[in-house]
Design a protein around this ligand. Structure first.
Ligand SMILES: Cc1ncc(COP(=O)(O)O)c(C=O)c1O
Length: 526
């Protein structure tokens, strides 16, 4: 912002002209000029000992030089003004000026007229050679210096999967963020930003912001047939944190947990990190095969399920399987972790009611998220916790991150209670239905003899299983080279895959992009 003020030079950009129309030449003097505020540099952690025999200017010079050579300060990074640094260190400005002059003279720093002093951008890049992720930190044969947890190795991967490397056609979990009502949203953000309530700036409840929990509970009771009160709602940073918390509360190392096969890797990771032993239970057109689960592991501590829209195959857990599952949980004392991640989007019939609503024995931990229905970077989700476990969840949450950030909870409360959420979901449902239809039709036209579509009734992705003889991983790798982000179905299996196919997201790609993507996919497959 340009404004006209009288100032001392610290942290101000002297680009504009002084009163007599000439550029200021000594940035340490006072000027009356048009100025642009520039951000102050960060004060580096350089120890200064006033009692040392080493002169102060030398200590500063050495400290800065070392920080630059160590790359703690990077080329192009702004240094604080000499005045601010002297004030911060509570020393006279003279040694600071001397140290800076020497750094400038030796080329470690450069000054830009009107902008301040920066680490020289022409210094050679002495970045240490990076060690590849997952690679041994030291040459083989030598003893490892660091011992780290085995659990962290369970989730460490060599790098992101190639089909998750970019955005565009078929990338999973992409919402149509370009159509999010940002005008309305930013109005609400401004409303809460302008007038922050002091009480909301202090530490809050581990369960989350009360008005938001009331709004979520009302929504879940009405739209998802969840039996809950606001007291049972815990606000979390998306389903992933909900899964992590649930695993910490319910499981001990070695606890056995049913997971759907194929299933959601994010849930498997969270459960494995808590030390769970995962029991893959097959899925068919009715969802989780409960009888198979009981045969495999009747005494499991918990089961993770996606009853409304099985991830990734898309089945809805049938009524008889729901009752069977609840009955098993009640009889065996197991918990059911219900992940209801995208149930708002069902296209050919009304949304399926949540499993939690049928539970009479408080066995279900219900998890929901705003990642799909609004946008994932919001990082807001919720848990519905059985009443007798609320205190335990709250205590564990308190030990982890104390409580969730309040600001966007307040914004979203208004978004929910003022009707914007319902309108947005209705609009998105129509849009995604159109995109799904475009994808199904294009797949039928271009690849009907190679791919069979399944699970397109709901959500923002579908699965296209491959005809005999095709390997999904090879196709996905080739597709990624063409910037098509088709996830191989086999990557969703814990054990040996029984199906080969592609998991295709369509939420974030418009109809033209979908048609073009399918044509390009055909070229990849053929
Ligand atoms: C099965 C499933 N659950 C949950 C999520 C959402 O995770 P989060 O709420 O942490 O963004 C996803 C996102 O891809 C998912 O596929």
């Amino acid at each position: 912002m340009i404004d006209r003020v009288s100032f001392t030079s610290d942290n101000l950009d002297l680009k504009a002209v002084s009163g007599n129309g000439q550029s200021p030449c000594n940035s340490h003097d006072h000027y009356d000029v048009a100025v642009k505020r520039v951000p102050p540099g960060i004060f580096p952690a350089i120890p200064v000992d006033r009692r040392s025999e080493r002169p102060l200017y030398r200590q500063l010079y050495d400290g800065y030089r070392e920080a630059i050579l160590d790359r703690r300060l990077r080329p192009g990074q702004r240094l604080p003004s000499t005045r601010a640094l002297a004030t911060e260190l509570r020393i006279s400005r003279l040694p600071v000026l001397q140290a800076f002059d020497q750094l400038l003279a030796e080329g470690y720093c450069e000054s830009r007229v009107g902008a301040g002093t920066f680490v020289s951008s022409s210094l050679p890049d002495q970045r240490p050679t990076p060690v590849a992720r997952g690679a041994p930190a030291e040459p083989p044969g030598r003893p490892r210096r660091r011992t780290v947890s085995r659990r962290s190795s369970l989730v460490l991967r060599a790098g992101p999967d190639p089909w998750l490397a970019g955005r565009g056609a078929f990338r999973m979990s992409q919402a149509a963020v370009d159509l999010f009502p940002f005008r309305i949203w930013s109005g609400l953000v401004a409303r809460h930003g302008r007038d922050p309530r002091v009480a909301l700036l202090h530490y809050g409840s581990a369960m989350g912001h009360r008005p938001f929990r009331e709004a979520v509970a009302a929504y879940l009771r009405t739209a998802r047939a969840v039996r809950c009160e606001a007291d049972q709602i815990m606000v979390v940073s998306g389903s992933q944190q909900a899964l992590d918390l649930t695993a910490r509360v319910l499981l001990d190392p070695g606890s056995r947990v049913w997971v759907e096969e194929p299933g959601y890797g994010g849930a498997r990771d969270a459960l494995a990190m808590a030390g769970a032993r995962l029991v893959p239970v097959p899925v068919d057109d009715e969802g989780l095969d409960v009888a198979a689960g009981i045969a495999l592991c009747p005494r499991a501590r918990a089961a993770y399920v996606t009853p409304s829209h099985q991830y990734p195959l898309g089945a809805t857990l049938s009524a008889s399987r729901r009752l069977q599952l609840l009955d098993w949980a009640e009889r065996s004392g197991a918990f059911l972790i219900e992940d209801d991640y995208d149930s708002e989007y069902r296209y050919d019939s009304p949304p399926v009611a949540a499993l939690q609503g049928l539970d009479r024995a408080s066995r279900v931990i219900y998890i929901g998220t705003f990642s799909k229905v609004l946008y994932p970077a919001l990082r807001l989700g919720y848990l519905v916790i059985p009443e007798d476990l609320v205190d335990r969840f709250a205590a564990v949450r308190d030990a982890l991150d104390i409580f969730p950030p309040t600001f966007h909870q307040s914004v979203l409360t208004d978004f929910l209670t003022e009707g914007h959420f319902t309108r947005h979901v209705r609009r998105m449902r129509l849009l995604y239905r159109e995109r799904r239809e475009a994808l199904v039709n294009a797949l039928g036209k271009e690849l009907g003899d190679t791919l069979t579509v399944r699970g397109g009734e709901a959500g923002m992705h579908l699965v296209a299983t491959l005809a005999e003889g095709h390997r999904d991983r090879q196709i996905s790798l080739r597709a990624a080279r063409k910037r098509l982000w088709a996830m191989p179905l086999s990557s969703c299996y814990l054990g040996e895959p029984t199906l080969q196919g592609l998991v295709l997201g369509y939420g974030g790609t418009d109809v033209a992009g979908i048609r073009d993507g399918v044509r390009r996919l055909r070229a990849v497959i053929r």
